[in-house]
Design a binder for this molecule. Structure first.
Ligand code: NAD
Length: 510
């Protein structure tokens, strides 16, 4: 364990606020980072106090004055160097991530790769911060729009994607000319510090001002609430539960700031009678069980046509039986632990509710014991049969529970599909063109992401990521998501000797 801390010059106890190269003397409480793999304490963080948060916000504001004046392609070049630095540390950072949040190695490596991809994407975007030009209705006038850096921005991240989601925001924020105050999940504190260290060196080597990228680890009350209420931060991007988003959205709105909310999902896959079932089973397995069911895009509901309901359920149970559950760092393991005891309790509570609401557990759901399992965080992923009107179906339980819901007509399937408060990701498995087009049409899925013949999780960075309804409405990562990180300005220039007014208004003294 000592080795992985040393890889990043982390100590047994580390300050929780700084820039990656300069750290503050922190005054908050000690936070222990406990590995869900075996319950060992990986390291400790002395959290930031409210006063420490203020120091960070001042640094980020001061650094913004300088960073915004660096030309965007040059900012892109810094992001290119960050991507290269992460490339060289991919293995170590993935190991840190696995140890701290329990992701299996291939998924942890995939997450770090996503960071690298995001850097590459942002480098290209740095030369494409395009505004439109418009033809003015007034003679000899020119109209165009331009995008300016926005300011220091706040980025709040969840435990389950401790670095990729941050990179979606921070790398685009950086090329946009913003500085970043990152409040990571306390459950992934060391991974955040390791990331900050890798990146801090790049900024330092380029002689850039301290405070372009900042990390601040602290309690919700001392740091989180201060950050969201801070008028110095024009944008708060927050990823996490719906409850968190509701609070963040309200506080940011009350100061008329911008918020970008990426919240919980309750993702479903419709499996039609015309689906390629083999394909569906493979996709559902990854979507429902990958990251031990702890992705915002995890498949939680299968809405299966009654003709294939039984064979699909049987095939899934067979596949679940073959899952190797254990130490996520070992080869061949597909399911690691849940993040902590609380997550296991939540899963057990949900299983009780399912039974009390008339649902049936068809497979799994046990807490494993013996050997490494004795830490209490390992569970068998679970398949349940439920009716769509069970209240529990409306909720996101952040654990590997899969609901099987039968349907008869596509109309009914789509109605079930959209009948939840969340609207993140969705998919249909069908070989029928009409069915897939209906699903993708205005009549179909109401989610931010809609797929055909692939699962709901594992999105590529090139598209805009996010969801509707209680998922918060934010979009980040690819496409034109960069625009929210910038201030749009519409400019009109009069190069005539007249003063015509728009809409033909005459106003003046004879
Ligand atoms: P969480 O809501 O418990 O915490 C998320 C982050 O919000 C943490 O950093 C936490 O400290 C912070 N936070 C909580 N209250 C806050 C407050 N009042 N002020 C400021 N910060 C506050 O979520 P979690 O358990 O870490 O992650 C799981 C949840 O995140 C799931 O619901 C999952 O679906 C969601 N998620 C969504 C996306 C997405 O892109 N839509 C991605 C990953 C995770």
């Amino acid at each position: 364990m000592k080795d992985i801390l040393q890889e990043f010059d982390l100590l047994k106890e580390n300050p929780g606020a700084g820039t990656g190269t300069t750290w503050l003397e922190c005054g908050g409480e000690i936070l222990e980072s406990v590995s869900p793999i075996d319950g060992q304490i990986l390291g400790r963080v002395r959290q930031a106090s409210g006063a420490n948060y203020d120091e960070v916000a001042v640094r980020a504001s001061t650094a913004f004055e300088e960073w915004r004046m660096v030309p965007a392609p040059k900012r892109g070049d810094i992001v290119r160097q960050i991507g290269n630095a992460v490339r060289t540390r991919k293995q170590e950072l993935s190991t840190m991530l696995s140890l701290e949040v329990g992701k299996i190695r291939p998924e942890a490596e995939g997450e770090v790769q996503e960071m690298i991809d995001m850097c590459d994407f942002a480098v290209g975007q740095s030369r494409m911060l395009y505004g439109l030009s418009m033809h003015s209705e007034r003679p000899r006038h020119r109209m165009y729009e331009q995008y300016h850096p926005l300011g220091p921005i706040g980025v709040i991240t969840a435990f389950n994607f401790p670095v990729a989601v941050w990179a979606w925001n921070a790398m685009i924020g950086l090329i946009a000319g913003d500085t970043v105050v990152w409040k990571p999940s306390s459950k992934a504190a060391l991974t955040a510090l390791a990331t900050a260290k890798i990146i801090g060196h790049v900024l330092h080597e380029n002689d850039l001002p301290e405070g372009i990228l900042n990390v601040v680890i602290g309690s919700r009350d001392e740091v989180g609430e201060k950050l969201i209420a801070d008028r110095r931060l024009p944008l708060i991007s927050a990823t996490g539960s719906v409850a968190m988003g509701r609070r963040v959205g309200q506080v940011v709105a009350s100061r008329l700031g911008k918020s970008l909310l990426e919240l919980g999902g309750n993702n479903a896959v419709i499996v039609s009678s015309k689906a390629d079932l083999d394909l569906a089973v493979r996709a559902i397995l990854f979507g429902a069980v990958g990251t031990a069911g702890q992705r915002c895009t995890s498949i939680r509901r299968i809405i299966a046509h009654k003709e294939i309901f039984n064979p699909l359920t049987e095939a899934l149970i067979e596949a679940y039986k073959q899952l190797v559950i254990g130490n996520p760092l070992e080869n061949g393991v597909l399911v690691g632990p849940l993040i902590d005891a609380e997550a296991v309790e939540n899963m057990q509570r949900a299983l009780e509710e399912i039974k009390s609401q008339g649902g049936r557990v068809l497979y799994g759901g046990e807490i494993l014991s013996g050997g490494i399992y004795d830490v209490g965080t390992y569970v068998t992923p679970c398949i349940c049969e439920v009716s769509n009107d069970c209240p529990i179906v409306q909720e996101e339980t952040f654990a590997p529970i899969l609901y099987m819901i039968p349907y008869e007509t596509l109309e009914e399937a789509i109605q079930y599909h959209n009948d939840v408060p969340q609207g993140l990701s969705s998919a249909i498995f069908t070989t029928d063109l009409r069915e897939s087009e209906i699903f993708l049409s205005h009549l179909g899925s109401d989610c931010g992401i809609a797929n055909v013949n692939i699962g709901t999780s594992g999105a590529e960075i090139g598209g805009a990521f996010g969801g509707e309804k209680d998922t918060g409405g934010g979009r980040e990562s690819g496409s034109d998501a960069w625009k929210i990180y910038m201030r749009r300005q519409t400019c009109t220039i009069n190069w005539s000797r007249e003063m015509p007014l728009a809409q033909g208004i005459e106003f003046g003294i004879e």
